[in-house]
Design a binder for this molecule. Structure first.
Ligand code: HEM
Ligand SMILES: *[C@@H]1O[C@H](CO)[C@@H](O)[C@H](O)[C@H]1NC(C)=O
Ligand SMILES: *[C@@H]1O[C@H](CO)[C@@H](O)[C@H](O)[C@H]1NC(C)=O
Ligand SMILES: *[C@@H]1O[C@H](CO)[C@@H](O)[C@H](O)[C@H]1NC(C)=O
Ligand SMILES: *[C@@H]1O[C@H](CO)[C@@H](O)[C@H](O)[C@H]1NC(C)=O
Ligand SMILES: *[C@@H]1O[C@H](CO)[C@@H](O)[C@H](O)[C@H]1NC(C)=O
Length: 604
C-alpha cells in the first residue's frame, strides 16, 4: 500500500513537471525526437544538420540551403516566361533534366518505406506492415501533450462547426481563376477514390484501399471476388449493357456486387462498378462508364494482337494498360493543368532509372485530408440547358441516360469549378463533409499547419495575416486559435492566400505534389522490369499508354468525340480554332494527333 502510494506520488511528480518534452517539437530539419525520462534527444542522422536540435547545417547543407530558391520563386519561374519555356520544352535533354529534377526533388520528401501511422508516433513493425492504416508523414501529437497541437495554442480547439461557418462556407461562388472545370472536379474525385477509401467503420485512420495507389480498384473492384463478378469472362472484358446503342455499366442485379444506393433508386438505374460509392454522383458514374468502355476497347485491340491469349491474360494486360493510361493522363493533363506551369510535364519512367527511388507507395492520411477539394463544386450542375441542384443530381443515374455521356462531357467542360484556397467557397450541400474533415484530423491528432510547412521545406507562417493575406478572417482566426503555431492543417489549407491567379495557396502545392508524384511514379509499372512493351501486350499496347490523353480517352469512347479539357475556354482565338477543328467527329485516328498538338501549342 505504502509502496504503491509512494510510487504514484513519485510518478505524478515526474509527470507533472516533465510533460513529454517532445511535445514542443524541438527537433528541426526532420530530426527525430526521442525522450529519455523527462529529457529529450534529437536524432539528426542524415538530416545534413547537427547540434542539440539539428539546427546547425553541415558545410554542404549550408551551401545547398543558401543556393536553394524559395518555392515561390520556383513557382514564379515555372509559371512565367512562356517564350523561354516554349524553347526548353522542345529541347529534349533539357526537358528531361528538369522533369527528372521535379520528380526526385518532390518524391524525396516522402519517407519510403513508410514510417508512422495514426496510432504510432515511433517506428515499429506493426505500423510499417499493417496496410489497413493510412501512413503518416508526421507522427500524431502525443496523448500526454498539454495542448492538441503539442504545447502551442489553447487547451481546446475551436468548435469545428464554427470554423466551417465562419471561414469555409461559401457566401457567393468564387470561380477558380485558373479556369478549372467540372470535368476536372469529377476526374479528381473519380481518380482519388481508388486510394482514398476510408474505412469509416474502423475510423479515419484506416483505409479499405489496400493497394495504396493507382491500382484501378475503382474500375475492377478491391477484392478478387468483386472483380470476377464484374467480369464478362470473355475476351478479357467487363460486363456491360447497351442502352440506346451505347455501352453502360451493368446493374447490381446483373452482377451481384454491392453498391451504395438509397432505397428509392430503381433497379435499372443501380449501375455496378468497381467502387461501391460511385452511384453518389452522375459525374463519377460518367467517368466509370468512360473507363469501362476504354477497358473493353483495349480488350478488342489485344484480342486482335493475341488471338492465342485466354480471357484472363487479355483482362490482366488491359488492366496494366489502363493503369499506364491513367498515370499518363494524370501527369500530362491533370497535374499539368493544376500546376499552371509553362514547363511541359512528361510521364517517362525512364527518367528515374538511374536515381535512388523506391517503387512502392503508401497513402498518407494527410494526403487524403488535403485532397478534400470540395470548394471545386459549383452551386448547381449545368447540363445542356438543364440545371440540377444537389438534391436532383445526387444518386440520380437517370441523368446519364437522359443526356448521354457526350452531352455531359460537353457541359462539364464548359462549367467553371470553384477556387479551392482563399476561404469561404465550400458549398452548403457539403457543409458536413468539411466539418468531418476537421473532426477526423483532430481524432488522428494531426500536428499544426506550421509543422507540416516545416516538414515540407517551407518557412512557418509568422502570423495569421501572413497565412490569409487579409485582415478580417486572420483577426478572427487569431482570436479562436490564439497562436499561429496552433493553426490546424485542413482549415489552414482552405483559408490560405492563393498564389496570384491560382487555385491553391503555396502549402497545398508543396504538400500535395510530393504525395502525388510519389504515388504515380512509385507504381510497379514504372519500374525497370515492368516498363517495356511486353508488359503491355507488345508495341501496340505500349503505344496506347505512351500516347494517352484526356481528349483521346473521350474521343475513343464517347459519341461525337466532343472537345474536352480540364479547364474552361480561355478567351483567346487559338483555342477556339482548336475546338472547331475537333468538333463533329472526324475519323478518330486523324483527329487525335493533330488535336493533341494544337491544344498543347495553344496552351504553351
Ligand atoms: C457532388 C460532389 C461531392 C459530394 C456530394 C461529396 C461528398 C463527400 C462525402 C459525404 C464524403 C465523406 C465524408 C466523411 O468522411 O464523412 C466525401 C469524402 C471525400 N471527398 Fe467528396 N464529395 C463530392 C465531390 C468531391 C470532389 C470533387 C472531390 C475532389 C477531389 C472530393 C474529394 C473527397 C475526398 C478526398 C474524400 C475522402 C474520401 C475518403 O476518405 O474515403 N469530393 N465526399
Ligand atoms: C533546443 O531547443 C530547446 C527547446 O526548444 C531549447 O530550450 C534549447 O535552447 C535549444 N538548444 C539549442 C542549442 O538551440
Ligand atoms: C519542336 O521540335 C520539333 C521536332 O523536334 C519540330 O517539329 C517543331 O517544329 C519544334 N517546335 C518549335 C515551336 O520549335
Ligand atoms: C491492423 O490494425 C488493426 C488495429 O489495430 C487491427 O484490427 C488489424 O487486425 C490489423 N491488421 C492486420 C492485418 O494485422
Ligand atoms: C433525375 O434526373 C432526371 C433526368 O434529368 C430528372 O428528370 C429527374 O427529375 C431527376 N430526379 C430527381 C429526384 O430530381
Ligand atoms: C467556330 O465555329 C463557330 C460555329 O460553330 C463559329 O461561329 C466560329 O466563328 C468558329 N471559330 C473559328 C475560329 O473558326
Amino acid at each position: 500500500m505504502i509502496i504503491t502510494g509512494v510510487f504514484v506520488f513519485f510518478s505524478l511528480l515526474v509527470f507533472s513537471h516533465g510533460a513529454n518534452p517532445c511535445c514542443s517539437n524541438p527537433c528541426q530539419n526532420r530530426g527525430v525526437c526521442m525522450t529519455y525520462g523527462d529529457r529529450y534527444e534529437c536524432d539528426c542522422t542524415r538530416t545534413g544538420f547537427y547540434g542539440e536540435n539539428c539546427t546547425t547545417p553541415e558545410f554542404f547543407t549550408w551551401i545547398k540551403v543558401t543556393l536553394k530558391p524559395a518555392p515561390s520563386t520556383v513557382h514564379y519561374i515555372l509559371t512565367h516566361f512562356k517564350g523561354v519555356w516554349n524553347i526548353i520544352n522542345n529541347i529534349s535533354f533539357l526537358r528531361d533534366a528538369i522533369m527528372r529534377y521535379v520528380l526526385t526533388s518532390r518524391s524525396h520528401l516522402i519517407d519510403s518505406p513508410p514510417t508512422y501511422n495514426s496510432h504510432y508516433d515511433y517506428k515499429n513493425w506493426e505500423a510499417y506492415s499493417n496496410l489497413s492504416y493510412y501512413t503518416r508523414s508526421l507522427p500524431p501529437v502525443g496523448h500526454d501533450c498539454p495542448t492538441p497541437m503539442g504545447v502551442k495554442g489553447k487547451k481546446e480547439l475551436p468548435n469545428a462547426n464554427l470554423i466551417v461557418e465562419k471561414f469555409l462556407l461559401r457566401r457567393k461562388f468564387i470561380p477558380d481563376p485558373q479556369g478549372t472545370n467540372i470535368m476536372f472536379a469529377f476526374f479528381a474525385q473519380h481518380f482519388t477514390h481508388q486510394f482514398f477509401k476510408t474505412d469509416t467503420k474502423r475510423g479515419a485512420a484506416f483505409t479499405k484501399a489496400l493497394g495504396h495507389g493507382v491500382d484501378l480498384n475503382h474500375i475492377y473492384g478491391e477484392s478478387l471476388d468483386r472483380q470476377h463478378k464484374l467480369r464478362l469472362k470473355k475476351d478479357g472484358k467487363l460486363k456491360f449493357q447497351i442502352i440506346d446503342g451505347e455501352m453502360y455499366p451493368p446493374t447490381v442485379k446483373d452482377t451481384d456486387v454491392e453498391m451504395l444506393y438509397p432505397p428509392q433508386v430503381p433497379d435499372h438505374l443501380r449501375f455496378a462498378v468497381g467502387q461501391e460509392v460511385f452511384g453518389l454522383v452522375p459525374g463519377l458514374m460518367m467517368y466509370a462508364t468512360i473507363w469501362l468502355r476504354e477497358h473493353n476497347r483495349v480488350c478488342d485491340i489485344l484480342v486482335q494482337e493475341h488471338p492465342e491469349w485466354d480471357d484472363e491474360r487479355i483482362f490482366q494486360t488491359a488492366r496494366l494498360i489502363l493503369i499506364g493510361e491513367t498515370i499518363k493522363i494524370v501527369i500530362e493533363d491533370y497535374v499539368q493543368h493544376l500546376s499552371g506551369y509553362n514547363f511541359k510535364l512528361k510521364f517517362d519512367p525512364q527518367l528515374l532509372f538511374k536515381q535512388r527511388f523506391q517503387y512502392q507507395n503508401r497513402i498518407a492520411a494527410e494526403f487524403n485530408t488535403l485532397y478534400h477539394w470540395h470548394p471545386l463544386l459549383p452551386d448547381t450542375f449545368q447540363i445542356n440547358e438543364k440545371e440540377y441542384n444537389y438534391q436532383q443530381f445526387l444518386y440520380n443515374n437517370s441523368v446519364l441516360l437522359q443526356h448521354g455521356i457526350s452531352e455531359m462531357v460537353e457541359s462539364f467542360t464548359k462549367q467553371n469549378a470553384g477556387r479551392v484556397a482563399g476561404g469561404r467557397n465550400v458549398p452548403a450541400a457539403v457543409f458536413r463533409v468539411a466539418v468531418a474533415s476537421i473532426e477526423q484530423s483532430r481524432e488522428m491528432r494531426y500536428q499544426s499547419l506550421n509543422e507540416y510547412r516545416k516538414h515540407f521545406m517551407m518557412k512557418p507562417f509568422k502570423s495569421f495575416e501572413e497565412l490569409t493575406g487579409e485582415k478580417e478572417m486572420s483577426a478572427e482566426l487569431e482570436k479562436l486559435y490564439g497562436d499561429i503555431d496552433a493553426m490546424e492543417l485542413y482549415p489552414g489549407l482552405l483559408v490560405e492566400q492563393p498564389r496570384p491567379g491560382a487555385i491553391f495557396g503555396e502549402t497545398m502545392v508543396e504538400l500535395g505534389a510530393p504525395f502525388s508524384l510519389k504515388g504515380l511514379m512509385g507504381n510497379a509499372i514504372c519500374s525497370p522490369e515492368y516498363w517495356k512493351p511486353s508488359t503491355f501486350g507488345g508495341n501496340v499496347g505500349f503505344e496506347i499508354v505512351n500516347t494517352a490523353s484526356l481528349q483521346k480517352l473521350i474521343c475513343n469512347n464517347v459519341k461525337n468525340c466532343p472537345y474536352t479539357s480540364f479547364h474552361v475556354l480561355k478567351n483567346d482565338n487559338s483555342e477556339r480554332a482548336t475546338i472547331n477543328a475537333s468538333s463533329n467527329s472526324a475519323p478518330l485516328e486523324e483527329v487525335n494527333p493533330t488535336l493533341l498538338l494544337k491544344e498543347r501549342s495553344s496552351e504553351l
